[in-house]
Design a protein around this ligand. Sequence first.
Ligand code: HEM
Length: 187
Amino acid sequence: MTKTILTTILALSIRTIAADPAPASAAPLADSSPSKSAFSTTYEDITYSFDTEEAKNAFVQKVTASIYHQIGGKASMEAAIEIFYKKVLADDRINHFFKDTNMAKQKQKQKAFLSAAFGSPVKWTGLDMRTAHADLPGLNDTHFNAVAGHLQATLEELKVKKELIAQIMAAAGSLRDDVLNRKPAAK
Ligand code: HEM
């Protein structure tokens, strides 16, 4: 009985990855034959399986080189999101945007989005940034800069390395035109 439960749990936690890892929401393998799951690796409690050892190694290499992994993965992201939203909600320039927001859900979403953006193998399945911020009247650069400033201060407080902070801020900055719902600046 216990064995059956364990086998079921194991089968459910295994996902097949071809070129790219599947999102956490992907359907579990219906056919988890030994040949398909011969090369597997577990990262943050999710087991990813591959057709070849090369594919598995490429996945491990990519994940461990990611910003997400380098800043400390899930635990660091959780700490960062808590500190970040304390700052955002204490800032009168921007906190009115969140007056009707369920902050528990927002924290979950932001954690999932930023984790994926920084290279977690779990893909973001929520709204794209243009759609997510389309109904926020008056949202402008000042607001964006305030949010970006809180993100940077959070990372500094958590003693994230300077080079990583620079990479993260560049990634966040690249979302400005989408968040502010305007055309990308002409190059
Ligand atoms: C790099 C900058 C930003 C990122 C990465 C970001 C990320 C996100 C994400 C992931 C969501 C949830 C999308 C979903 O529902 O699927 C969201 C929603 C939202 N964001 Fe942002 N955001 C950014 C900037 C801003 C700024 C500058 C403001 C305003 C000061 C803002 C205010 C909001 C609000 C009010 C929501 C909707 C919350 C709700 O559902 O009630 N965001 N954002």
